[in-house]
Write a protein that binds this ligand. Structure first.
Ligand SMILES: Nc1ncnc2c1ncn2[C@@H]1O[C@H](COP(=O)(O)OP(=O)(O)O)[C@@H](O)[C@H]1O
Ligand SMILES: [Mg+2]
Length: 399
């Protein structure tokens, strides 16, 4: 949903809006500079840095001040809708229009009017954002379908998310604006945390839409540092449950029509949505660690996929995570149990949990670390750089 922020010192107005919109959380933001009418450009920056799509200003702020802040907001973020709360004379109306103020409403407005004004503003923001969104991605040739890479493992905690986010960031570094990641761990997805995002939308916002067309897809994406586009999982498991296989399939179709690379981080096991993603994938990365349970689990997953004939025409890769663990089985044991050679090994490192907690992927924050180098080897599979074949060999981490 589009986030709403009320810049006011009036708890009464906050209550009215909360009741009208049937919203339970807090909406209010206040700084004494608003009443004093000073430092308006800085205030506009602070207001927009919250990520709000609709900002109402007042009561408690003079209309002249509110209009001037709206003017600054319009310059920084023209897609954000500003509502002035107060009464304006004709002259102020004119100034408000020139400042790009979306609407004006009295603080005494009834619930119906409040609802209408705020929904209209939210709609305008959604449309404006859709128009402003991935212009870089538009440069991708529409005819060329992007490569869909799903990261799959039978067990939670195998390192799917750690690999997915680092791989997506590595691909975005090489192909700015042309890489995307879809978080298909619909109940407990943590791509948002691992990339330090503050998304306004998730795939679940398309549940009631008649179809996930390119305009809606653009609205639902969260952009990370201009280079990488993310379709996040909802933050409530209840919403995650409502995402259907069809929606997942059309999300992947939409993403690969817009981006050269679509990395899909999946939930543990082979849920129906994971199967839907595998069906749409060009490449599957199977990942497991050195535990007997994980290796057995992976063998079972691969057998099931063979039985379902879902691996035909798919490129398969096998990444062994925490490959330096001394747990009494060797890498060749793992390879023969799984029935596939290891493509890339990733060592254990305390940097991994730390970087995931901090939201700073290692390929960016510590590109020379052994883990980041291993992920870069994985990226080389999909996006070879000159001499990367030899480079990958030379860089290969050894036990
Ligand atoms: N190579 C590694 N070394 C150390 N810790 C790791 C490594 N890979 C993953 N982890 C940690 O293990 C936990 C599970 O990883 P995660 O990527 O979330 O797994 P999954 O997505 O498969 O459930 C996380 O805390 C992560 O930081
Ligand atoms: Mg995960």
């Amino acid at each position: 949903m589009t986030r709403i922020l009320l810049a006011t010192n009036s708890e009464q107005f906050e209550r009215s809006v909360r009741d009208a919109l049937e919203y339970e959380g807090g909406l209010r933001w206040w700084d004494d500079d608003l009443a004093a009418g000073v430092d308006l450009e800085a205030l506009a920056k602070e207001l927009t840095s919250t990520g709000a799509g609709v900002i109402s200003i007042g009561p408690g702020v003079r209309p002249e001040t509110a209009i001037e802040i709206a003017d600054h907001v319009d310059k920084i973020h023209p897609e954000v809708s500003v509502i002035v709360v107060g009464a304006l004379n004709a002259k102020l109306w004119e100034r408000a229009l020139r400042a790009g103020v979306r609407d004006v409403v009295s603080h005494k407005a009834d619930a119906d009017e409040i609802r209408q004004v705020f929904w209209r503003a939210a709609e305008a923001t959604i449309l404006a954002r859709a128009n402003l969104m991935p212009d870089v991605a538009d440069s991708v040739k529409k005819a060329a379908r992007g490569r869909v890479i799903s990261v799959v493992a039978p067990k939670g905690g195998s390192g799917k998310t750690a690999l997915s986010v680092n791989l997506a960031v590595a691909l975005a570094q090489r192909h700015p604006g042309k890489a995307s990641i879809l978080d298909l761990d619909l109940l407990f997805g943590d791509v948002t945390n691992a990339l330090l995002l503050n998304p306004e939308h998730s795939i679940a916002d398309a549940i009631d839409a008649p179809q996930l067309d390119p305009t809606l897809l653009k609205v639902l994406l969260t952009r990370r540092q201009r280079d990488l586009f993310v379709l996040t999982a909802p933050d409530s498991p209840a919403l995650g449950e409502m995402v259907t296989n069809d929606l997942v399939s059309s999300a992947i179709d939409g993403l690969c029509s817009q981006f050269e690379y679509v990395v899909v981080d999946t939930a543990a096991g082979l849920s129906e949505v994971t199967l839907a993603a595998i069906e749409k994938s060009d490449d599957i990365i199977f990942i497991c660690d050195m535990s007997v349970a994980a290796v057995r689990g992976l063998h079972k997953v691969m057998s099931a996929l063979h039985t379902l004939e879902m691996l035909r025409e798919k490129k398969r890769h096998f990444v062994l995570n925490r490959a330096d663990s001394k747990v009494g089985i060797s890498i060749s044991d793992v390879e023969s149990s799984v029935g596939m050679p290891v493509s890339v090994r990733i060592p254990s490192s305390r940097l991994v949990p730390r970087s995931m907690n901090e939201g700073t992927p290692l390929v960016e924050s510590a590109p020379k670390s052994p883990v980041a180098r291993s992920v870069i080897e994985v990226a080389d599979i999909f996006s070879p750089v000159d001499g990367s074949a030899q480079g990958a060999k030379a860089r290969r981490w050894r036990q």
